[in-house]
Ligand binder design. Structure first.
Ligand code: SF4
Ligand code: SF4
Length: 436
């Protein structure tokens, strides 16, 4: 059952309830409503990525035109056809692939060549700023505003991959990384003594304990925090200098930065190793993280992957699996951190390159995708994978509430889309074609 209240005809002036047998006053069905919501959420996720790209000087007028037309298609009395609506949904996936490619190229162009990079996790003695979200332009401007001061800048959440880009990594004020995924920020921001800058989703409404030292940028705004809309981050640096310093507390050192260009430098060796039976499978385990208990599924899945497999990860879903030591295989870490959620483009690039090398389709590769979703950027990425015809993707920990039973059945039949099951190990063994 879902509700639609977008026009004057809304039932009883409150809303039409759409279900298996009940249609809207206009005749809209539950499945059309479901696909229209999928489209709108995919457009929102894609627009966030396009907005990040625009900050880096990259835009695509064809994408902009598609956003307008696709939104138009969801207006009242425009489109009641399941097939035509599904076309828009998959076209959104195609457009999002363009946007993710554009963002990937812009990141490399502006932030420098990516490469494997060691990151100190924890804090170092002295005043500090913690920066969270996805916007690397904000990070660069913050670093420049702090240059020449004693302020140390730490990444949080989805900012961790920033360390892989040469122009950021080499900046003298970029000190390391602090904390985990977005849902831990209430506790982690509370414990961090310095100033905090939230640049994009996913920000939470702050506790009183750190509200007065929280800054946000542009579209991001929470009650009581200071919102900066002019790219001038000197106030954040001044706040950090006035606050108590961080203590020396390095937890560990980890390696990030397995951008698709880094992995594909080894493409020849990888192909030979697969042919020689030395690599059993590649897993892409990543996406979003969240607070639900069911997300332990992803930790259990990754821990059970065979020792001769590689796990590519991206997005803040990596925090579910990066505490485990997976060791190395063929001289490479088994867990390869490719970057932010938008770097799903990198995983796609690797998969397409391997398919070309093996002269087969992506669905014929020894590759399994296990995707954790939370918000609308993940919807856009999923639509891209479906547009590419990738089959057998497992998503979880729950089915999206906006996907009706009829639409889920359609996606199951056409794309073999699966939900995470009760046992991660059983799902893994099925992917490996082995008995549990
Ligand atoms: S668009 Fe259709 S389903 Fe939605 S409120 Fe109007 S009449 Fe109801
Ligand atoms: S991966 Fe998803 S949930 Fe995690 S920070 Fe990025 S957008 Fe938010």
């Amino acid at each position: 059952m879902s509700q639609c209240n977008q026009c004057e005809q809304a039932n009883h002036g409150t809303g039409c309830t759409l279900g298996a047998v009940s249609h809207g006053v206009c005749g809209k069905s539950e499945d059309i409503q479901s696909l229209q919501e999928t489209l709108v959420y995919g457009l929102k996720g894609m627009s966030a990525y396009a907005s990040h790209a625009r900050r880096l000087g990259a835009s695509d007028s064809e994408v902009d035109a598609f956003v307008q037309e696709a939104l138009f298609s969801t207006m009242t009395n425009v489109n009641f056809d399941l097939g035509a609506t599904l076309e828009y949904v998959l076209e959104c996936g195609r457009m999002n692939l363009r946007v993710m490619r554009m963002l990937d190229e812009a990141h490399v162009r502006v932030m420098g060549k990516p490469g494997p990079t060691e990151v100190k996790e924890g804090t170092q003695a002295g005043p500090g700023v913690l920066i969270t979200g996805h916007d690397l332009v904000d990070l660069k401007k913050l670093l420049d505003a702090s240059q020449g001061t004693a302020v140390k800048v730490y990444t949080h959440g989805e900012m961790l991959p920033a360390h892989m880009y040469a122009n950021l990594h080499e900046h003298p004020n970029l000190a390391g990384h602090y904390g985990g995924a977005w849902q831990k920020q209430l506790r982690e921001f509370d414990a961090f003594p310095g100033a905090i800058l939230a640049t994009t989703n996913c920000v939470q409404i702050p506790r009183d304990s750190y509200r007065d030292r929280l800054f946000t940028t542009r579209a991001v705004a929470v009650p009581g925090a200071t919102r900066i809309t002019n790219d001038d981050y000197r106030a954040v640096v001044e706040k950090a200098l006035a606050l108590p310093p961080c203590e020396q507390a390095i937890r560990r050192t980890t390696t990030v930065g397995f951008h698709h260009s880094v992995i594909l430098e080894h493409a020849g060796a990888i192909v030979e190793a697969v042919k020689a039976g030395k690599i059993s499978r590649f897993f892409v385990i990543g996406g979003c993280d969240g607070a639900e208990v069911g997300r332990n599924y992803f930790s259990e899945y990754a821990a059970a992957c065979p020792a001769d497999s590689f796990i590519l990860t991206l997005g803040c879903g990596k925090y579910r699996i990066r505490e485990h030591d997976y060791g190395t295989h063929l001289g490479l870490p088994r867990l390869l951190d490719m970057g932010q959620c938008n770097d799903a483009y990198g995983a796609i690039t690797v998969a397409l390159a391997l398919a070309k090398a093996f002269d087969c389709g992506v669905n014929d590769l020894p590759l399994t995708l296990v995707v954790s979703w939370f918000e609308q950027k993940a919807v856009a990425v999923l639509l891209t994978l479906l547009y590419l015809g990738v089959k057998g993707i497992t998503i979880g920990p729950r089915a999206p509430a906006f996907v009706s039973p009829g639409v889920f059945k359609l996606l199951e039949e056409r794309f073999d889309l699966r939900l995470t099951g009760p046992s991660a190990k059983e799902d893994l063994y099925r992917a490996l074609g082995r008995a549990a």
